[in-house]
Design a protein around this ligand. Structure first.
Ligand code: E4P
Length: 217
């Protein structure tokens, strides 16, 4: 399972990268705005900064919602750095743009996916990644993890190469549950990754080992 971090915060990206388990980064316009990154030039520069920190794919989202605009923006994003993956919304023009980029060998991430049908369309259009938002489904009392298992079944039935990128991961149990279901990738906050480290028996066991060492020295 690949681990992506879902942030535009360079310090958090550096911390996850230093842990040695980071496979990529996802961003979106809201995450950019949260870090105060505004204006097209600053946003493009920020993508390059992220690519220079992480070894792996960096999703960069188009703002246009029409086919021509998505192609123009997506080509500019893809030209920024070989690690860039063009992130496209799950709307009709996004699906068309996905097919266009897929035919050109430009990698894509189809985002804002909330149903198995949408995920099937993204795979048919040749998406590199599909991003079902599990946390936002949970927020409206719908089982986000069930969607991951439905997409896994459909993709396995037909051997689709599109990778299931479980997005809108909110906490560590989401990461573990996605791994059990067979999501190819998860993207979540740094806390969801660091939470995997934690167990009280690890802490108490280590404290005991160190105390016993001190007694003998
Ligand atoms: C995915 O690519 C999105 O950036 C993200 O996972 C959305 O998560 P949220 O629902 O926590 O905003």
């Amino acid at each position: 399972m690949k681990f992506f971090i879902d942030t535009a915060n360079l310090e958090q990206i550096k911390e996850a990268q230093a842990l040695g388990v980071l496979d990529g980064v996802t961003t979106n316009p809201s995450l950019m705005a949260k870090e105060g990154i505004t204006g097209a030039d600053n946003i493009l520069r920020h993508y390059v900064d992220i690519c220079n920190i992480v070894d792996g794919d960096v999703s960069a989202e188009v703002i246009a919602t029409d086919f021509a605009g998505m192609i123009k923006e997506g080509e500019a994003l893809a030209a920024l750095h070989p690690q860039i993956v063009v992130k496209l919304p799950m709307i009709a023009d996004g699906v068309k743009a996905c097919k266009y980029f897929s035919d050109k060998g430009i990698r894509t991430n189809v985002t804002l996916v909330f149903s198995a049908g949408q995920a099937l369309l993204a795979a048919k259009a040749g998406a590199t990644y599909v991003s079902p938002f599990i946390g936002r489904l949970d927020d409206i009392s719908t089982d986000g993890l069930h969607l991951i298992s439905e997409i896994r079944l459909i993709y396995d039935n037909y051997g689709f190469a599109t990778e299931i990128l479980a997005a809108s991961v909110r906490h560590t149990m989401h990461v573990i549950d996605c791994a059990k279901i067979g999501a190819d990738v998860m993207t979540g906050p740094l806390s969801s990754i660091k939470g995997l480290l934690k167990h009280p028996l690890t802490d108490s066991g280590l404290a005991q080992f160190l105390a016993d060492y001190q007694k003998g020295n």
